[in-house]
Design a protein around this ligand. Sequence first.
Ligand code: ATP
Ligand code: MG
Length: 399
Amino acid sequence: MTMSALGEPCVLLKLGEIVLKGKNRELFERRLISNIRDALQELGLKLDVRRRHGVIAIFLPDGSSAEQALAVAERVADVPGLVWIHPAWRVAKDPDAVLKAGVELIGEREEEVARKATFAVRSRRRDKRFPLRSNELDRFVGGAINDAYGLPVDLRKPELTLSIEVDRDEVFVFTGGLPGQGGLPVGSSGRALVLMSGGIDSPVAAYRMMRRGLHVDFLHFSGIPFTTSESIYKAYALVRKLDRFQGKSRLWVVPFGKAQQSIRNSGQDRLAVIAQRRLMLKTAEEVAHRIRAAALVTGDALGQVSSQTLTNITAQDHAVELPILRPLVGWDKTEIMAEARRIGTLEISELPDEDCCSLLAPKRAETRAKIEDLKQIEKRLDAEELAVQLADSIQEYTL
Ligand code: ATP
Ligand code: MG
């Protein structure tokens, strides 16, 4: 037994948008808990994940340390659907036990205590049968902290906040926490296929759609046999990085070099980029049907490059029947880069590679491609048949 008044380390999770759900909330919460359990498997701990009246609590095995609770919290912080992750202490449902734990927990914040930082106690009761009301509990514990360390109270903008949450079977006590990813649990919106280049935009697009509840697979077009495999390694590294948000990610690679050569040989230089993008989409649609994905996702942003003008985006939409989701359509490049940095994909995207698109770089690209002209090229190529052949030639890379 330890001499600490702190009880057992645990982790308390606050749900995001799910709380706005009505009848379906149950389904979303179950999906979220299952995703949390999957993510935590790699830690190899025997954890108990429980729903508690609007929050989720993760209990660690007896004798676990605060460091282990922190490791659990850091892993869960990558699971979409949560807004806050609090490493916390589980204390007996008794005002004196809560008071002792609160005083000890503040005492651990040595730096703030030494410089007499301001503090506040914020209590909530999910179980109204607790003998003290929230504001009474605030004053009870706050008074003791003030007596013990002489810290001044500031209810508006405290530097230190002690949170106390009274639950059915126990009380949770914590200071601070990690922000979560927000959004919805992965899988609650279905499945999609991301067209994944080695660039900056598509990994961010994938992440944004995961956060809206899609589980995604990844499709990469490589210039092989006319380029090196570098772009494949990059795509693979990016998928690995993104996998911690959803798990079970798969990368499919299309050897696209020969098809690009045919497009180039069709003579319509200025239309080559859009014709190629349409062939990518047709191939992706074929793959999506095979793996039961209900939408395609790209990293297009309106006006970013000549293939992403409104006319050219429309020409791409007309190439397929599946919806093309473009979560970055209204984003600036600087915003996309900031997000890429935050989720850890930027440094991989910035590695040099030989993108398959560089095989087709016309001097002047068409910004207003006409669908009739594109259809002409596609007729000569027999694009529909070519897309099926390309889909037949994909290789799967599992993590
Ligand atoms: P990024 O490559 O990061 O997406 P970008 O500005 O280079 O950004 P484009 O090259 O115009 O964008 O490509 C637009 C979109 O087309 C990409 O976001 C991606 O979804 C898809 N795409 C482009 N090249 C490939 C590729 N080689 N494999 C798979 N998808 C691709
Ligand atoms: Mg690109």
